[in-house]
Design a protein around this ligand. Sequence first.
Ligand SMILES: [Zn+2]
Length: 215
Amino acid sequence: MAPHIVDLTRVIQPTGPDDERKFVVNIHNALAEIPGKQRPAGEWYVMSDVALMNHVGTHIEMPFHCLKEGADLAQIPVEQLCGEAVILDLSEAEAEFGVTLAQVQTAAAKAGGIHPGDIAFGRMGPTKYFSTEGLAWLVEQGIKLMGVDSGGVELTHDTTHANVNHLLLFRAGIPLIENLTNLDALNQSWVHVYALPVPVSGLDAFPLRVIAVEN
Ligand SMILES: [Zn+2]
């Protein structure tokens, strides 16, 4: 039987230049400078300038996002970006200050447990982020990559911008994927994942394609 492939990536719609999370595409006619060069109707030869805010759409954040000495996009090994992922169903979890330790542990137990070297993806519900205790427990289990289908894991009630939850992951060398989608289209709580950004030196984050494969 052919494997079931699910795209966990949101489509990015290009924006205007003034959007806070911009992704501007300027298409250029690459034949314009060559005199006499023409193409038949319906054809062209273009190249594009792209200007983006790098935390746009489904994107991955590296430790370098918060740690000056943390790994950037080019330094993280691909082995850390591919592998077995546990899907934590937190779509019903409600909590005032982020999904609780008990809610995370219950979701993990239902999915079949978490093991060192796993990827953990959170399917979030009304509570879109993690309590520090809940996230710390995932880090203690030895996960190598974290992802959520919400805008992030950070404490929304922490107005100090201390990035407590980001740092909990990044200090353990764990990258974070934000704005996943289609986790509800998965049939299994364990899937094989490929999450591959372009390896850019000195960059903290970038949009990426995230693919899940079910057997
Ligand atoms: Zn981000």
